[in-house]
Design a protein around this ligand. Structure first.
Ligand SMILES: Nc1ncnc2c1ncn2[C@@H]1O[C@H](COP(=O)(O)OP(=O)(O)OP(=O)(O)O)[C@@H](O)[C@H]1O
Ligand SMILES: [Mg+2]
Length: 458
């Protein structure tokens, strides 16, 4: 590290330049010197330095100015300012302007070397910290979201980008795909992270109650309204409001919501006072809102207001590479929670988990692991510890239909079934294709084509 560190010294006194250069070079640093600010800055522009040592008083420019220019050019360059003896004021100014440290003339070379070592050590720690965080995120994802599939990496990127803005986000995905977790991640990565994060489950309340829940009500607004009450919009002021199951709200509430989004203003139920709030809105739904618009149950204008940035969460069956990562994560979590020493999953259990289509997505996988963790006596979760429906067994066709309902069109449901069926026959014949083709009543060539077409793994 030492010999890669580039240091620039700007000082108009030749003796000073030479003494500093020699001392630093003797310690293995790569040193360049300049006698004027202009020359120093030109050199730095071509070849940025890790550390700049500059005198505060230079013939052609003020040291603070040099510092500012260098910081704009390369914010990572650390600046050590040399000030005249006794001029504490200028030392303070230098530190305020962003210098990492200062030295007053005359100083001992050891003092300078010590400062440099300390600065480099600090930078090293910072870099280690960043890379550690990156490694943790690469392994586990972001803000509690586990997954390394390309689809999830794209979601992480989107979360990062969108959390730096105040735009409305609409999260769409099947049940259990992590919509709430994503809403959380957006809030806690945003500038509003220290503000409130308020959640409302819109499906849980009837229309009138939802209205007063969202916008609040005045005393006497309706029977039972004994006191004035603040709504969730008011509570979320300065933070984020997460409206879950937004596809379930009535037309009346849709109209009110549209007004808040357009004008950022509303009144409490039964009130006249117009209130305005500073709220970032995140909505989620498992419904296909475009379909709801067609059916006439969801307002198109509201949809466009909500869907400024869509986040579409893929179902678990479309990112199978995340299954075992998630399973391990849940094993870890539940074994800690239950105070049990569970080291992982057996090979057979893993095979079963990888094959299952997860109609309930991650929540279903989480529940399976939780249940297995609670039941097992040993240290490893075995295939038998998993629920019956995933252990194979004779699943009634009706059950299969339940599971693949999400892949709605008949064509893709048929494909899904074909793939599962061929896979199960191939497993039975231990991968022997001739035998499998015979059971399936197709030629070997057709079987090969199907394996390729349906991306069957053998
Ligand atoms: N990527 C993920 N990594 C780790 N855990 C996850 C992930 N996605 C979801 N989970 C877990 O799965 C469960 C369901 O997630 P969440 O409640 O966010 O889903 P949802 O899409 O809101 O579901 P629903 O539509 O049923 O409300 C939670 O316990 C959550 O912690
Ligand atoms: Mg949810």
């Amino acid at each position: 590290m030492v010999d890669e560190t580039r240091i620039m010294v700007i000082d108009d006194e030749p003796l000073m330049r030479i003494t500093v250069q020699d001392a630093l070079a003797a310690d293995g640093y790569k040193v360049t010197t300049a006698e004027t600010a202009e020359k120093g800055l030109t050199l730095l522009r071509e070849n940025p330095a890790d550390i700049l040592i500059t005198d505060l008083k230079l013939p052609d420019m003020d040291g603070i100015q040099v510092l500012e220019e260098v910081k704009t050019m390369n914010p990572d360059t650390q600046v050590i300012m040399i000030t005249a003896y006794g001029s504490i004021d200028s030392a303070v100014t230098a530190m305020k302007a962003g210098a990492s440290d200062y030295l007053t003339k005359p100083f001992a070379m050891d003092e300078l070397l010590l400062i440099i070592k300390r600065l480099l050590r600090m930078r090293q720690l910072e870099e280690e910290n960043i890379s550690l965080r990156k490694r943790v995120e690469e392994r586990y994802g972001l803000e509690g979201l586990v997954g390394k599939s390309p689809q999830m990496l794209k979601i992480y990127d989107l979360i990062e980008t969108v959390s730096q803005t105040d735009t409305t986000v609409l999260i769409n995905g099947e049940s259990g795909t992590g919509k709430e977790l994503v809403a959380n991640a957006i809030h806690f990565r945003s500038l509003r992270k220290n503000g409130p994060f308020i959640k409302v489950n819109c499906a849980a309340l009837p229309e009138t109650l939802l209205e007063s829940e969202l916008f609040g009500h005045e005393k006497g607004a309706f029977t039972g309204a004994l006191k004035q009450r603040k709504g969730r919009f008011e509570m979320a002021d300065g933070g984020t409001l997460f409206l879950d199951e937004i596809g379930d709200i009535s037309f009346g509430v849709q109209v009110k919501l549209l007004r808040v989004l357009q004008e950022r203003q509303f009144e409490r139920v039964g009130g006249n006072e117009t209130l305005s709030v500073d709220v970032r809105l995140i909505c989620a739904t498992q419904r296909d809102l475009k379909e709801e618009i067609q059916k006439g149950t969801f307002r198109e204008d509201l949809y466009y207001r909500l869907n400024v940035v869509p986040v579409i969460l893929p179902p678990l069956r479309e990112r199978r590479e995340d299954i075992l990562l998630l399973a391990d994560h849940f094993v870890d979590r539940f074994s800690k929670k239950m105070g049990k020493e569970i080291v992982g999953l057996s090979k057979d259990a893993k095979t079963l988990l990888l094959r299952y289509p997860y109609p309930g997505n991650i929540r279903e996988l989480e529940n399976m692991v939780e249940r297995a963790a609670a039941l097992i006596k040993g240290k490893v979760i075995q295939a038998e510890d998993l629920p019956e429906e995933i252990c194979g067994g004779e699943t009634p066709v009706r059950n299969i239909c339940e599971k693949i309902r999400a892949s709605k069109p008949l064509s893709s449901a048929t494909r899904f079934f074909e793939k599962e069926y061929i896979q199960s026959v191939l497993e039975k014949t231990k991968g022997k294709k001739g035998q499998a083709a015979e059971i399936l009543g197709i030629s070997r060539k057709t079987l090969w084509e199907k394996i390729k077409e349906l991306k069957i793994e053998i």
